[in-house]
Design a protein. Structure first.
Length: 103
């Protein structure tokens, strides 16, 4: 099986949440063609993400890509403690004098 990455899972979760209820005919649509995302899919992604963070994956300790999951643009993590723990870990391991290393 391919390795699961927190950054990929988080962005997919955020995208599915954003697409929920989208009318494919736009603002003038009659609501007959709206996207329905199974709630169970989002719950599974949330659990997977919570199980991985603050790590990026089983083999990668930390990755700056997780910043986009815990903050802008995804905002995929609701648990404030997990967000802070992930942010602290990234800052401690990847932070430098002029910004962040990628991983």
């Amino acid at each position: 099986l391919p390795e699961r990455n927190a950054s990929s899972i988080g962005l997919v979760k955020a995208a599915l949440e954003a697409l929920e209820g989208l009318d494919l005919y736009g603002p003038n649509g009659d609501g007959s063609c709206c996207l329905v995302i199974p709630h169970d899919a989002i719950v599974r992604l949330r659990r997977a993400l919570k199980g991985l963070l603050p790590r990026e994956s089983a083999s990668k300790e930390v990755d700056a890509a997780c910043l986009s999951v815990i903050g802008y643009p995804a905002w995929a993590v609701d648990d404030r403690q997990l967000v802070e723990r992930t942010r602290r870990k990234i800052r401690a391991e990847l932070g430098g004098a002029y910004g962040y290393k990628r991983f």
